[in-house]
Design a binder for this molecule. Structure first.
Ligand SMILES: [Zn+2]
Length: 135
């Protein structure tokens, strides 16, 4: 069973998900106040302007905080064993909720402040999920 997927049409986040098909992590910057806007939306959450532009992140950042899920009964997750759910601070100035993968033991190997980079997980639905691994 696949992970839960976004449902389309989804006007605010569709450009973000379309870009994931090319393994591009997109975010918005407000052209009125120059602040980063994330998660994707129609207006700037700082000043209310609807003038935003899309940029592509390098996909590198640090773990802001995390938790380890030891048991998830959802069919998409139940065979994973323990896994890390983390807020990642991207170097461009936005925070995303994701997973830290590629560690032997998420209870021991994930640390606040550790450097991570995006690792794409392609989905059958053709979108890709931005997960993160140690850099
Ligand atoms: Zn703004």
């Amino acid at each position: 069973m696949p992970r839960p997927q976004p449902r389309f049409p989804e006007p605010d986040t569709q450009p973000f998900w379309e870009a994931t098909k090319n393994h591009e992590l997109k975010y918005q910057v407000c052209t009125a106040c120059s602040k980063v806007v994330f998660f994707p939306r129609r207006h700037c959450n700082h000043c209310g302007s609807v003038e935003t532009e899309w940029r592509t992140s390098k996909g590198e950042g640090t773990v802001y905080t995390y938790s380890v899920v030891r048991l998830n009964r959802h069919p998409a997750f139940r065979d994973l064993g323990a896994y890390a759910v983390a807020y990642i601070d991207l170097d461009e100035g936005f925070r995303i909720l994701s997973n830290v993968i590629g560690v032997a033991d998420p209870l021991m190997d994930v640390k606040i402040g550790m450097r991570v980079r995006v690792k794409w997980e392609d989905q059958e639905s053709s979108i890709s999920l931005p997960l993160f691994e140690p850099a």
